[in-house]
Design a protein around this ligand. Structure first.
Ligand code: URA
Length: 257
């Protein structure tokens, strides 16, 4: 019996769609990409984090290999779960995956954008010129030791030529930052610079308007401030960062009183 024309069209459309998806996944696999992060809803100009989901954010989906990371109960097991990561296209260009450094029970956590050249070579965040300035802020300004706090980045591998991380790279990597925050549960997060702050807050509001004001990240106080690399170019704004850091120190005193 002859098939109705509509049903042949639908089958052909389905086969074309299946072939397109297969080709797409084969190209991803050839590039070493084994996980396909779930796209989040855009949050426009809101300066609030996504309402959905707990801190973990390691959604299972097609080819996902975030399961072990989700189950991690320490920074060590999380690092082991990330492994020799090939979940996004940055892996071929890295020397080291830069996981994070510091006290796993830190009260303050600093979050930057992603490793630069020095960090990629040494495997530790904020060790270049901007890192030296951050270390000065921590040691000379806050009178703390670098080992007292925890430092991590939104993305763990250096983008080529230090370009801005791309959305798919952030989607692949940000779940690990969320898990780090969940494991450390700091009292305060200091977001360093536009990129980290806008990513954490899911916001497009300029850093000049976000900084110096308390925000919340899944129940944790978040203070946005300028990135140390920006301060190297604009030393006149160091006083603004110092104002932000003094708010952090005040809050720390209140919280421990
Ligand atoms: N800039 C960042 O955002 N992170 C680093 O680790 C180094 C420079």
């Amino acid at each position: 019996m002859a098939e109705p024309a509509g049903s042949t069209d639908a089958r052909e459309e389905l086969m074309t769609l299946a072939a397109t998806v297969r080709n797409h996944l084969q190209r991803k696999a050839a590039a070493g990409i084994r996980a396909i992060p779930k796209r989040r809803a855009a949050h426009g100009n809101s300066d609030q984090p996504a309402a959905s989901g707990p801190l973990g954010g390691l959604d299972d989906n097609l080819f996902s290999d975030y399961g072990e990371a989700r189950a991690a109960d320490s920074l060590e097991t999380l690092r082991a779960a990330i492994g020799d990561c090939r979940r996004c296209k940055l892996w071929p260009g890295r020397t080291h995956l830069v996981f994070g450094v510091g006290n796993p029970r830190a009260e303050i956590m600093f979050v930057g954008e992603g490793p630069g050249r020095d960090e990629d070579l040494q495997g530790e965040p904020f060790v270049g010129r901007a890192g030296q300035l951050l270390t000065d802020i921590i040691t000379k300004g806050m009178k703390l030791r670098r080992e007292d706090i925890y430092i991590a980045n939104v993305i763990k591998c250096r983008p080529p030529e230090n370009r801005n991380p791309e959305p798919d790279e952030v989607e692949s990597c940000e779940p690990f930052l969320k898990k780090q925050i969940e494991l450390i549960r700091p009292r305060i997060i200091v977001g360093l610079g536009k990129f980290a702050v806008q990513t954490l807050l899911q916001s497009k509001v300029p850093i000049t308007r976000l900084r110096g004001i308390w925000h919340e990240y899944h129940g944790i106080k978040l203070m946005p401030t300028f990135h140390p690399a920006y301060l190297l170019r604009n030393p006149g704004d160091k006083k603004l960062v110092w104002e932000d850091i003094q708010k952090v120190l005040e809050e720390l005193k209140t919280a421990s009183a």
